[in-house]
Design a binder for this molecule. Structure first.
Ligand code: ZN
Length: 335
């Protein structure tokens, strides 16, 4: 079986090879067992020159919707009709992807890749992977779509995070979020980059970025194909926005803006979410009840403000001080 190793990979050089499609693994580091940690890449370089759109999935290893969506978009692309390039990274955190976990097992202590950007070349595994990806991929792109989802534990309404800072780069980010097509548009009004998030650091370096979140284990049984289709369509529409693909950019009239916050539990136990996606809640209303192993109530998660439910922990058990709800506030319909 051919491994398709792309040794000495240089994205800038690859982007000069007009009218080509290519897939392969970019080697990053060898492991103790002799196998390689690598970054899988799918390149579709248009016949004509133009911008570069980068999309990655599985920054968190259990969020497979992005992986399948990138594969579907890549398969649909015809390089003879493209002005510019699409670079797909279907599983950025490839070891975590294979381990079916959010984090990979290469660090002594689990490190969240999406809290580590721009990374450190001399840092631990995940930090140096972030550094490698940031410098060899993100910096060469004109736009970034980093795909996330509910993973093994969360349920989410489809929501797209974008930078909302008033400058030209973040206006492009907003246009990308609108074009991606999900109903809920998550405004990021701070974007300091201090949390080490990939989209924020990308934006701070002049590359507009969005983080669409969709799917998760709770939806995969019945909605997997639909979810993958929505991601494929979202990528295609953003490619039209960048004029990498011809055609009119589709618009959506059911979108609304929110600010989002995670609402945490105090205690762990059996988690019973009472409010579901899209429901409006009032300040002080009960979102979920947490009981101990005897069924006795140990905690009650309350809504800290009037808002709308965007996501919740779909797993039966919750840890202490863990995400119980993802709640939107300052809801504003998009024009
Ligand atoms: Zn994620």
């Amino acid at each position: 079986m051919e491994m398709n190793m792309l040794e000495n990979f240089n994205l800038k050089e690859e982007l000069k090879k007009r009218g080509t499609k290519k897939i392969g693994y970019v080697p990053f580091a060898q492991k103790a067992n002799g196998s390689w940690v690598s970054i899988p890449v799918m390149l579709a370089v248009g016949k004509k020159e133009g911008p570069v759109l980068l999309a990655d999935g599985c920054c968190h290893g259990d969020e497979y919707e992005g992986t399948e969506g990138i594969i579907a978009a890549f398969d649909a692309l015809d390089v003879s009709e493209m002005s510019g390039a699409f670079v797909g990274v279907p599983a950025l955190n490839l070891d975590a992807f294979g381990e079916m976990r959010r984090y990979n097992g290469n660090d002594f202590v689990p490190v969240d890749l999406n809290r580590t950007f721009p990374g450190n070349e001399e840092g631990y595994f995940t930090s140096s992977l972030a550094h490698f990806y940031f410098n060899n991929f993100i910096k060469h792109a004109n736009g970034l779509i980093t795909l996330h989802g509910g993973g093994n534990y969360l349920y989410l309404s489809p929501v797209t995070n974008f930078q909302h800072m008033g400058d030209e780069t973040s206006k492009m980010s907003e246009a990308m979020a609108r074009a991606f097509g999900f109903e809920v548009l998550w405004r990021d009004d701070e974007c300091s980059g201090e949390q080490g998030m990939e989209d924020q650091v990308s934006y701070l370096n002049g590359v507009p970025a969005i983080t669409p979140e969709i799917g998760g284990q709770a939806t995969r049984l019945h909605h997997r194909e639909e979810t993958v289709g929505r991601i494929r369509e979202g990528i295609m529409n953003v490619l039209r926005l960048f004029k990498i693909l011809d055609g009119e950019v589709k618009t959506f009239d059911d979108q609304y803006y929110v600010n989002l916050e995670y609402i945490y539990s105090r205690h762990g136990g059996i988690h019973k979410p009472l409010k579901k996606e899209g429901e409006e809640v009032r300040k002080g209303e009960t979102l979920s009840i947490i009981t101990d192993v005897f069924g006795r109530e140990v905690d009650r998660v309350l809504s800290p403000y009037d808002g709308v439910v965007v996501g919740f922990l779909a797993y039966s058990i919750i840890n202490p001080r863990s995400w119980s709800y993802l709640l939107g506030r300052d809801v504003k319909k998009a024009d």
